[in-house]
Ligand binder design. Structure first.
Ligand code: SF4
Ligand code: SF4
Length: 260
């Protein structure tokens, strides 16, 4: 998901949003290129992708990150990205690919879900995501573009159940904006705060341990109802993690210290 300022007809790199237009696409087990796109993929994972996949696999976020991801500084020099680690077979297959297709289909990550669309967002004066634009991506090996079915963006998003992912990923885009501003000061990427931010944003199970086994809840004013929600929901945990990172990097709410 790229973040750019809005230009309704055309973005600065020349890409034109689909807008109200349509595109042709079809993807199903009978298509000749079936699963070609699931090999040797350079795939960014968002925090919500990790929550969905680790819960699907029944493992902790720590285990998931260790086994299925690698991280490195990619398009943001101030914060590492988590990437899906491909298998070490000859074709570098996605670890979740079987001969029948995706074994985690209902919990597949955002980029698999959204393809062949790519999403970009515009921000308002508070740097919050306020408008989304969609572009068509076209890989030569993907024969889905030759299929006859026409889609609007809305039809595709509904069909692939993308809305929930987009809604939660937009919270991550707000965090990503903070990281892109180099919030680490003179310590740079060696700042201990970066490690805490990584944990709070991407490793919800470790953050849960941190939340309940340290003085966190005696220091921060977290409503009882929200504490209960974090016990039940990894997404609520992730949101509290984001609020905590925002607090210690920018000094802004909604999280506040007790007594403030
Ligand atoms: S997660 Fe599923 S859909 Fe995505 S690349 Fe892997 S096998 Fe393909
Ligand atoms: S049509 Fe495109 S998205 Fe579908 S399996 Fe083929 S390469 Fe992948």
């Amino acid at each position: 998901m790229k973040t750019e300022k809005p230009a309704i007809e055309q973005f600065s790199d020349g890409r034109k949003p689909i807008g109200e237009g349509t595109f042709r696409f079809g993807c199903y087990p009978g298509v000749k290129c079936f699963t070609l796109c699931c090999r040797d993929v350079d795939m960014y994972l968002y925090p919500y992708d990790i929550i969905r996949m680790k819960n699907r696999l029944g493992i902790s976020s720590d285990q998931f990150l260790e086994q299925y991801t690698f991280n490195g500084f990619r398009d943001n020099p101030h914060f590492p990205s988590f990437m899906l680690k491909m298998s070490d077979d000859e074709k570098k297959s996605c670890p979740f690919l079987s001969s029948e297709g995706c074994t985690i289909y209902e919990d597949r990550p955002s980029s698999c879900r959204t393809y062949p669309l790519e999403r970009a967002v515009a921000r308002d004066g508070d740097e919050k995501v306020c408008k989304a634009f969609y572009f068509i991506t076209n890989h030569p090996y993907c024969l889905g573009h030759q299929e006859p079915r026409e889609w609007t963006v809305k039809e595709w998003i509904d069909d692939q159940e993308v809305q929930l992912y987009d809604k939660i990923n937009d919270l991550w885009v707000d965090m990503d904006t903070i990281f892109r501003g180099n919030p680490w000061g003179s310590e740079g990427i060696n700042s201990p705060k970066l490690k805490m931010a990584l944990m709070a944003c991407f490793n919800v199970d470790e953050f849960k341990t941190f939340l309940f086994q340290t003085t966190f809840l005696s220091r921060f004013d977290v409503p009882e109802e929200r504490i209960e929600q974090t016990k039940e929901s990894d997404v609520e945990l992730m949101k509290l993690g984001f609020d905590w990172v925002r607090f210690f990097l920018t000094g802004t709410g909604p999280l506040t210290l007790r007594g403030d």
